[in-house]
Ligand binder design. Structure first.
Ligand SMILES: NC(=O)c1ccc[n+]([C@@H]2O[C@H](COP(=O)([O-])OP(=O)(O)OC[C@H]3O[C@@H](n4cnc5c(N)ncnc54)[C@H](O)[C@@H]3O)[C@@H](O)[C@H]2O)c1
Ligand SMILES: [Zn+2]
Length: 370
C-alpha cells in the first residue's frame, strides 16, 4: 500500500487536556511548542530500530533544534515491551542527567509510545512527553488516550499508568515506509472503532476497494474518524470507569491469543484483535445482543484480511488462564464487551469458561470447517 502525500490542512481533535493534531508536522503547533515552551530544555527522542532508520532523519532535518537531542534506541518488537528494557532506559536517562523539566518525544509505533510514555510517566515522577506516532496502530489508537504500559510475561500491558502527553502529532507521511502487514494490523483497530461507535464509517470502510481506501485523502479521513471515536470515548470516561471499556471490544480474547503466541510465533496486535473481534462478536450473538446477519458480515470482513493459526485450539487452556488474569476482570470472573449492533457496544458482561471455549471453537470453525 503506497500513496503520496502533500496535505496542507491540519485538524485538531481534543483529547482530555491535550490536542491530537492531524496533518503536516511543520504546520502543527509542534515547532511553536519547541520554540516557546521547550526551547531551553534537553530533549530525549525515543525510537525503535525501524523508526530510527525510517523516521528520525526526517524529524531532525525538519526541526534542526532537535539535532542536540539524546536519542534512545529501543529494540524493536512487542517482546521488548518489558521492564528489563525500561530499566536500561531509566539508567540511560539518569546517565544523561535528564531532569524533570526536560522533554521526551516518542517517535514510533505503539510499542514505542506505550513504553516511552510509561518511562516518561515514572522517571522523576513524570517528564513532559510528546507522542509522534509512526504506525497506523499508533496513530489511531496507541498514542491516543493517555494509557501507557508494558507487558509482564505473557500478560499484556499488565504494568502501566494513565499519563497524558503534552500533545500528539499525527503526520501521515510517516506511514509511507510502514510495511503492509503493519497497515493491516492498525486497520484492525480502525475497524474496531467503527464497529463500536460508527456504523456509517464501517459501511464506508467495507464497501471501498483497497485502492480507494488507501488513497491520500482517504487515509486522512480514516485517521480523523478513527481518532475521533477514541478521543470522544476517552473524553467521556478518561480513566475507564465505564464507556472507555468499549474500546476493549475484541481484546479479552485477542490479548489472550497475542500473549499465548508471543513466545511461540508472535502475531501482530491487530491480527490478534481481529480474531478476538470474531470471537467476541460470536459471543454477542450467542447472548442475544447481535443479529446473526451482522455477525456474519463482521466475520466475512475479518476473515478476508486476517489469518488464524492452525494450531489455535491446542492453546485454549493456556489462553483461558491468561484471560483469568486480564485487567478487565473483577472478583466475579472474566468480563468482556458485546456488540449490540454494528456501531454500538456494551461492556462488563460476565462470560464463563464454556462461553470462551465455544468462542474459540467457533473462531476455528470459521477458518477450518472443511
Ligand atoms: N496504549 C494504548 O491505548 C494502546 C492501544 C492500542 C495498542 N497498544 C499497543 O501498541 C502496540 C502495537 O502497536 P504497533 O502495531 O504500532 O507496534 P510496533 O510499535 O511494534 O510497530 C509495528 C512495527 O512497525 C514498525 N514501524 C513503526 N512505524 C514505522 C514506519 N513509519 N516505517 C517503518 N516501520 C515502522 C515498528 O518498528 C515495528 O516493527 C502493542 O504493544 C499494543 O499493546 C496500546
Ligand atoms: Zn488494541
Amino acid at each position: 500500500m503506497c500513496y503520496i502525500i502533500e496535505i496542507r490542512t491540519l485538524k485538531k481533535i481534543k483529547c482530555n487536556s491535550y490536542s491530537v493534531e492531524v496533518g503536516n508536522l511543520e504546520l502543527s503547533s509542534f515547532p511553536v511548542l519547541l520554540q516557546e515552551s521547550y526551547r531551553d530544555v534537553r530533549k530525549v527522542i525515543v525510537v525503535d530500530e525501524n523508526t530510527h532508520d525510517f523516521c528520525l532523519e526526517y524529524l531532525l532535518t525538519a526541526f534542526p533544534t532537535l539535532e542536540d537531542a539524546e536519542v534512545i534506541l529501543l529494540p524493536t518488537g512487542e517482546e521488548n515491551k518489558v521492564m528489563e528494557v525500561c530499566f536500561q532506559v531509566l539508567e540511560a536517562l539518569s546517565d544523561y542527567e535528564i531532569v524533570r523539566s526536560d522533554l521526551v518525544i516518542t517517535l514510533g509505533g505503539g510499542v514505542v509510545s506505550d513504553m516511552g510514555g510509561f518511562i516518561a510517566s515514572i522517571y522523576k515522577r513524570g517528564l513532559p512527553c510528546i507522542h509522534i506516532p509512526t504506525s497506523l496502530m499508533g496513530m489511531v489508537d496507541a498514542a491516543i488516550g493517555g494509557k501507557t504500559g508494558i507487558d509482564l510475561g505473557s500478560f499484556k500491558n499488565q504494568i502501566g499508568t494513565f499519563y497524558n502527553p503534552v500533545a500528539v502529532y499525527v503526520d501521515q507521511r510517516f506511514l509511507e515506509t510502514l510495511p503492509e502487514e503493519e497497515w493491516k494490523s492498525g486497520f484492525a483497530e480502525v475497524l474496531k472503532h467503527a464497529l463500536i461507535a460508527d456504523r456509517k464509517e464501517w459501511d464506508r470502510l467495507i464497501s471501498s476497494s483497497q485502492g480507494e481506501l488507501f488513497s491520500e485523502e482517504n487515509v486522512k479521513m480514516i485517521l480523523e474518524k478513527s481518532i475521533a471515536v477514541k478521543a470522544n470515548i476517552v473524553n467521556e470516561d478518561p480513566i475507564e470507569k465505564g464507556k472507555r471499556k468499549s474500546l476493549n471490544f475484541g481484546h479479552t480474547i485477542g490479548h489472550a491469543i497475542e500473549g499465548y503466541y508471543l513466545d511461540l510465533n508472535p502475531m501482530s496486535h491487530g491480527n490478534c484483535i481481529a480474531l478476538g473481534i470474531i470471537a467476541e462478536a460470536f459471543l454477542s450473538n450467542q447472548k442475544g445482543t447481535l443479529e446473526t446477519e451482522e455477525l456474519n458480515e463482521i466475520v466475512q470482513v475479518m476473515m478476508a484480511l486476517y489469518p488464524c493459526p492452525e494450531d489455535l485450539l491446542t492453546g485454549v487452556s493456556i489462553m483461558l488462564e491468561l484471560m483469568k488474569n486480564d485487567k478487565k476482570n473483577d472478583q466475579l470472573g472474566v468480563r468482556t464487551c458485546f456488540l449490540n449492533k454494528i456501531g454500538e457496544c456494551s461492556w462488563n458482561h460476565l462470560i464463563d469458561e464454556n462461553d470462551i471455549k465455544a468462542a474459540f471453537n467457533y473462531l476455528y470453525q470459521c477458518y477450518y470447517k472443511n
